[in-house]
Ligand binder design. Structure first.
Ligand code: SAM
Length: 273
């Protein structure tokens, strides 16, 4: 764990809101497509959780004895995963991953590349470290829905407020307390103040956010030889997710019809179920 980087935003506010003991159901902790991917994994495969944060996903992998490594730019977050889950942790940058080409059987990138300086370059790095025929789970912020508006308007007021010490108590009273109560009720009493506070900072205060349309991600996939196996719009949620598979160019020439047939949206599946 070596880094010369100064303290990052997520060192001060790690994305830490899930009890580390694993008391919550997998579906309450990760999205359904990710839960299904994890449940399908052979424990001998190597999973790289890029931008692992405090180990919300890595904890699920560790409890299933799946071989995994967490990487994050936040030294504090990496320290948490190593201490809590006894898995290797790397302090590093998604834009320059310290892994050789084709290292990972599976890459997980859950809510990360939209916080980097260059989401396209972060995605390219994730593809580079993936083995041919390897799989990737990618979740990114949608460009529509309530969150872009919330980040831009109330978020701007909150961010300006937090720059002034005198405004801190107002932000806490008028924004953090209602946010905590909302989450406390929604999580049926299982959200702590500290956990809700970390979510609040990630939601409104995080300094860098990109909203990424499905078409943009699909364009990147074409560029990097990665196929969309499953798309989940996650209606009503802030992020949409993509289950991806890297082409294996060493095997027989890919059948373009097969690729197209496999490209299916979860919404379409639900409609026909
Ligand atoms: C919203 S949190 C998500 C954490 C985790 N993936 C999860 O879903 O619980 C975003 C994480 O991305 C990390 N991050 C942001 N930019 C990064 C970069 N350039 N390289 C590596 N990690 C980065 C942050 O430090 C933070 O822990």
């Amino acid at each position: 764990m070596q880094s010369t980087e100064p303290v990052t935003f997520y060192d001060r506010h790690p994305f830490d809101w899930v009890p580390p003991g694993g008391s919550e159901e997998i579906d309450a902790v990760v999205s359904r497509p990710l839960a299904e991917l994890i449940q399908s994994l052979d424990p001998s495969l190597l999973v790289l959780d890029i931008g692992c944060g405090a180990g919300r996903v890595l904890g699920v992998l560790a409890r299933r004895a799946i071989r995994c490594i967490g990487l994050d730019r936040s030294r504090v977050s990496v320290g948490m995963i190593v201490e809590r889950y006894h898995r290797p942790g790397v302090v590093g940058d998604n834009l320059h991953l310290p892994f050789a080409d084709g290292t990972a059987d599976v890459v997980i990138s859950d809510g990360v590349i939209h916080h980097t300086d260059d989401p396209a370059a972060a995605f390219a790095e994730n593809c580079r470290i993936l083995k041919p025929a390897g799989r990737m789970y990618l979740a990114v912020y949608k460009p529509y829905g309530r969150y872009p508006w919330l980040y831009k308007y109330p978020g701007a007021v909150i961010r300006i407020g937090l720059r002034h010490q005198w405004a801190g108590p107002f932000v806490a009273f008028f924004a953090q307390v209602p946010y905590f109560l909302f989450h406390f009720v929604r999580a049926k009493g299982r959200r702590t103040w500290a956990g809700a506070r970390n979510l609040f900072f990630d939601y409104f205060v995080t300094p860098r956010v990109a909203f990424l349309p499905r078409t943009v991600v699909e364009e990147w996939c074409r560029k990097h030889g990665v196929r969309v196996v499953l798309y989940d719009e996650n209606r009503g949620g802030n992020v949409h997710s993509f289950c991806l598979a890297k082409e294996d160019r060493s095997s027989a020439a890919p059948d373009p019809h097969k690729s197209l047939a496999a490209e299916v949206t979860m919404a379409e599946q639900r409609q026909t179920a």
